[in-house]
Design a protein around this ligand. Sequence first.
Ligand code: VGL
Ligand code: ZN
Length: 211
Amino acid sequence: MQNRRMNDSTALLIVDAQYGFMPGGGLPVADGDAIVPVINRIAPRFANVVLTQDWHPADHVSFAANHPGRAPFETITLPYGEQVLWPVHCVQGTRDAALHDDLRVDHAQLVIRKGFRQGIDSYSAFVEADRRTTTGLAAYLHARGIRSVVLCGLATDYCVAWSALDARAAGLEATVVEDACRAIDLNGSLARAWADMAAAGVRRIMSEQLA
Ligand code: VGL
Ligand code: ZN
């Protein structure tokens, strides 16, 4: 891996590196912007780069503000199951939803938007929270002969973890670059996410092991 590009059957998946999850954003992740220079360091190693973008309508079901009497970080039950209620974040077309300007990933080939259906959230880059609706990413990667994904971005314990688990479910190898991620860590969610990922065969590395 050292000093050369990763082979064509691997893709870097950069999850939700958006202002909404950086300090000052709608759903700020502590130290979230620290991932940007790390991603910029590793991205040139990858011939294939895919980004995701959390992309919600203003009336999205995951926003506490759309549930009178409810507060952010409470949980409700929706037809597809439990849903955490979040502060308003990453509304379509706003600065909050934009990818960080300092990302240097001009060679990225695809941006997958997710969470754009009013009634369904989507942490995963592959399958939305109803666990049925596909984003099309697995079919895209398979069609391109990509068999392995390396994940980074925000947040470790939500969108990165769900994406890594669904990558495994789609038959892909999955590796999370720990220092190129930051977590929300709500009620033990980070420890649980690492345990779930380990159990599913997701590898966990530091960026220095790549570049
Ligand atoms: C995320 C909560 C809500 C994430 C997105 O990117 O991890 N978390 N929407
Ligand atoms: Zn979201």
